[in-house]
Design a protein around this ligand. Structure first.
Ligand code: BG6
Length: 484
């Protein structure tokens, strides 16, 4: 008996299919990791036939291994249609069940890459058409971000999904959790005995999480102008990275154990109150943003934000977490920087006013993936001169270039295998919205702190340095690749 697995993309003509999904699936195909009897059916409203669909995917993938592509391509199909239209779904069902004739199980993974406002409708209609019925095999649904636009809409979407699907059938994607270097935070912390004893308020002064991008809003002006940086990056990616960095060790590598620990972190984050928004947040917009296509000429949408978070539990009491992200910044760099405390007593005869730079550990998530541990060494030939040096690990050196798979590769594989560890559970997504909602609301008030501005190609508004300096800290540039 041979099982089959159908992967159905709704909204297949969008660039997610060409840029992320198909390259990830092709890579899995080449590694022999696609499930048995795999086939892909793209559905969209574009009036093209399956041959044209395959040709456009081949053109976009420009595969170096033509033979592998030919065998992969044979599994790709296309059906013109609209997943909110029952007749389109009936045609899809006929196509799917027409190929599910063997006596093995016939599994299906539906991928919602449609505009978010139809997510609930599509799932309701799949339910009504009996297409998530699990008698012949599993039925799972992957849902792209954004999942809601605030707490109320996310709760409503969860409620509607749960009318048709069990939580275990729902895979809410956050591609940051699929990044190799984000998963490595767990291995680094819990497969080594030397770091975890230091990973707490006794040794750590503060933590910085940065997601800096050089790109602007590109062709997504209308979408971005409605959401802004907090909904686009913080509610999902930055808070999930924070959870990985701050969570307690789970007792096992089981999906629910991992997800429970991540969620406990979000539960312990001190809520933002209207009175502390001015001190704990900073928002800014890059110059020229209002001239981008699809952006309102008087837009106040922030493209940069910095937040100061506190985690109210034993491990992290008194250790601030500074999160920042922005577009059109000076470099692409995503990092978690653990800034350790200063030595308790300086016995060296340093010049007046000179202290010892505390140790730091930078986890460089991208693009120069690796880790840098910074510590002091004695400067040769001086009595007690010292200088910070780095102990570096770069993935490219140890594993070779190209060893890091794309996030979507791992995430799709996990969905085929039924492992939701790296997907966001309903309570997690709602907690994340509950954390950012008060910020978004406060920023809309007339009394809100002003929207700052910054020149493209800089590190954000000039005020961000002073904001952190007021806390006695400075932004780290540890993972920024310094081009020779
Ligand atoms: C997406 C955001 O979720 O993540 C984009 O919508 C952002 O605005 C992107 O550019 C960043 O992802 P990565 O993997 O390039 O860091």
């Amino acid at each position: 008996m041979t099982d089959t697995t159908a992967f159905i993309i709704f909204g297949a003509s969008g660039d997610l299919t060409t840029r992320k999904l198909v390259p990830a699936l092709f890579s899995l195909h080449r590694k022999g990791r696609l499930p048995s009897g795999f086939r892909l059916i793209g559905m969209a409203r574009s009036p093209i036939d399956p041959a044209a669909f395959r040709a456009s995917l081949r053109a976009a993938a420009a595969p170096a291994d033509a033979a592998a592509w030919t065998s992969f391509e044979a599994r790709l199909d296309y059906l013109r249609g609209d997943p909110t239209d029952p007749q389109s779904l009936a045609r899809l069902e006929a196509k799917l069940s027409g190929a599910e004739t063997g006596d093995g199980a016939a599994h299906r993974l539906y991928y919602l890459a449609t505009p978010p406002h139809v997510y609930a409708d599509v799932v309701q209609r799949l339910g009504a058409a009996g297409m998530v019925d699990r008698r012949r095999g599993w039925r799972r649904v992957i849902i792209e971000k954004p999942f809601g636009s605030d707490l109320a809409s996310a709760q409503e979407l969860n409620r509607l999904l749960h009318r048709v699907l069990d939580e275990e059938q729902i895979y809410r994607i956050d591609h940051y959790l699929g990044k190799e270097t984000v998963q490595n935070v767990l291995v680094f912390r819990f497969a080594n005995s030397i770091f975890e004893p230091l990973w707490n308020r006794n040794y750590i002064d503060h933590v910085q999480i940065t997601v800096a991008e050089t790109v602007g809003v590109e062709h997504r002006g209308p979408f971005y102008d409605r959401v802004g940086v907090v909904r686009d990056m913080f509610q999902n990616h930055l808070l999930q990275v924070l959870a990985m960095a701050a969570m307690e060790p789970p007792a096992s590598f089981d999906a629910e154990a991992l997800r429970n620990e991540r969620i406990k972190v979000l539960r312990a984050v001190r809520p933002f109150e209207p009175g502390d928004i001015a001190g704990r947040t900073l928002r800014a917009q890059y110059d020229g943003y209002r001239q981008e296509a699809g952006v309102a000429p008087d837009s106040t949408t922030p493209t940069y934000a910095a937040l100061r978070l506190s985690i109210d539990n034993w491990r992290w009491q008194g250790v601030p977490f500074f999160l920042r992200s922005g577009k059109r910044l000076a470099a692409k760099a995503t990092s978690i920087v653990i800034q350790f405390k200063s030595v308790p007593h300086v016995m060296f005869p340093l010049p007046p006013g000179q202290g010892i730079q505390p140790n730091s550990l930078a986890i460089c998530i991208q693009p120069d993936e690796g880790m840098h541990l910074q510590f002091q060494v004695k400067e040769p030939g001086t009595p007690a001169g010292m200088r910070p040096v780095d102990m570096d690990f770069h993935y490219a050196n140890d594993f070779g270039p190209g060893a890091i798979p794309e996030a979507y590769e791992r995430l799709l594989l996990d969905a085929f295998m039924g492992d939701p560890s790296l997907y966001t559970r309903n309570d997690s997504i709602e907690l994340a919205w509950a954390l950012v909602d008060p910020i978004l609301r406060a920023w809309e008030q007339p009394s809100a702190p002003p929207l700052l501005h910054y020149a493209p190609g800089t590190w954000g508004p000039a005020e961000s340095g002073a904001w952190l300096a007021a806390d006695g800290r400075a932004w780290s540039s540890d993972c920024v690749r310094h081009e020779p």
